[in-house]
Write a protein that binds this ligand. Structure first.
Ligand SMILES: Cc1cc2nc3c(=O)[nH]c(=O)nc-3n(C[C@H](O)[C@H](O)[C@H](O)COP(=O)(O)OP(=O)(O)OC[C@H]3O[C@@H](n4cnc5c(N)ncnc54)[C@H](O)[C@@H]3O)c2cc1C
Ligand code: SF4
Length: 330
């Protein structure tokens, strides 16, 4: 491992200045992803600026009925917060579906959103990877594709984004507050991430040195919600496919339909085509299947991950059916 400097930031302006001043510096949250990557030589920062001491560890109610979640709130504190459990159960379920108890106790909200892909070739320095080394190629396309993307990928990179939290936040229309030396701005969580195109190394719209300071949740949507994650092991495994769904039905018609997919794309995938077909439809299994089929119409599976299409379809239909059945019997 290469030596690096470590500094603990005392306030947001200090953190932003420290990273802006040092071109090869990184913010350090819980370190559960970044430190692994430094150990493996995938990330080679000269300097780490620890942000966990910043006054960004609160979950607060905001005007209009939403929540402001500080960027250094741990995954465990977020998942177990009474307001999150009561009003955003989908988010709590998604966070608890990720990693392990020990990791969630360390990992922060900002770090979770910016964790790097789990594509096995990204961390194997002996293989070609355009994300790690631009122009070197993509070993995954003809390699192990079980976890690779079927939507939104490019010939240059087929890696998926690994965060469960981000998928739930996408379905909840959450926004991310970003702070830099030039000010504060907000972007929708779905707009935080870029598709790989020809430049898979550039994963987000963050400017150099920009710090995630909070996640802002609007008032909870009407209806019932659920996060379901399908994986190779019951715990401690990343998603093959995950679904964050919100459904409300009135007088036999769907009045709210939110759907976000994980494990299938380089970013949390808001299923807009499916949502527009669901809105106003009768809540039948046929309508649910037709909606997700429309979303998957442009999917491009690779040899070895075609199963994800059927798995996504079945998972979406099962989640929506369950939400509808629970609503009908409530
Ligand atoms: C064995 C294992 C299993 C896992 N399983 C899952 C899983 O199933 N689902 C899942 O979602 N996650 C999973 N994770 C990932 C885990 O959730 C992430 O490692 C964790 O959320 C990262 O948070 P952190 O605070 O430790 O980030 P760090 O490792 O500190 O940082 C990650 C990245 O974010 C940047 N960063 C951190 N904070 C900020 C900020 N405020 N602003 C700007 N940049 C910032 C860092 O510079 C770095 O690039 C797993 C991890 C492990 C090790
Ligand atoms: S899929 Fe992306 S991360 Fe994986 S090897 Fe290809 S370029 Fe690298």
């Amino acid at each position: 491992m290469r030596p690096f400097e470590y500094e603990r930031a005392t306030d947001v302006a200090h953190a932003v200045t420290l990273v802006a001043e040092r071109p090869n510096a990184r913010f350090l949250g819980g370190g559960t992803n970044l430190v692994d990557l430094v150990r493996r030589g995938v990330e080679t920062p000269d300097s780490l600026v620890d942000v966990t001491g910043l006054p960004l560890a609160a979950v607060e109610e905001i005007a209009g009925g939403g929540l402001r979640v500080g960027a250094v709130v741990t995954n465990a504190d977020l998942a177990h917060h009474p307001l999150v459990r009561t009003h955003y159960p989908l988010l709590s379920q998604a966070v608890l579906a990720g990693a392990s108890g020990q990791l969630r106790a360390m990992a922060t909200v900002g770090g979770n959103l910016l964790q790097r892909t789990r594509c096995p070739y990204f961390t194997d320095l002996t293989t070609a990877c355009n994300k790690r080394e631009p122009g070197s190629g993509c070993a995954a396309r003809e390699g192990f594709t079980r976890y690779a993307a079927v939507l939104g990928a490019s010939e240059h990179c087929v890696a998926v984004h690994p965060s469960d939290m981000a998928v739930a936040l996408a379905a909840l229309d959450a926004r991310v507050e970003l702070t830099s030396s030039t000010g504060v701005r907000e972007v929708a969580v779905t707009d935080l991430y870029r598709l790989p195109g020809e430049t898979p190394r550039i994963e987000t719209v963050l400017s150099p040195g920009e710090l995630i300071t909070a996640v802002v949740l609007p008032a909870p949507p009407a209806g019932r919600s659920r996060y379901r994650k399908v994986r190779d092991r019951a715990s401690y495994a990343f998603a093959l496919v995950s679904v964050a769904a919100v459904l409300a039905v009135e007088d036999g018609r769907i009045t709210t339909a939110r759907l976000a997919l994980g494990g299938v794309a380089p970013k949390p995938w808001r299923a807009a085509a499916a949502e527009s077909l669901l809105f106003g439809a009768e809540p039948t299994a046929e309508a649910f299947a037709a909606a997700i089929d429309a979303e998957l119409a442009d999917a491009k599976p690779l040899p070895g991950n075609e199963f994800k299409l059927d798995l996504t379809r079945r998972t979406v239909v099962a989640v929506l059916r369950r939400l509808h059945d629970e609503g009908a019997t409530a």
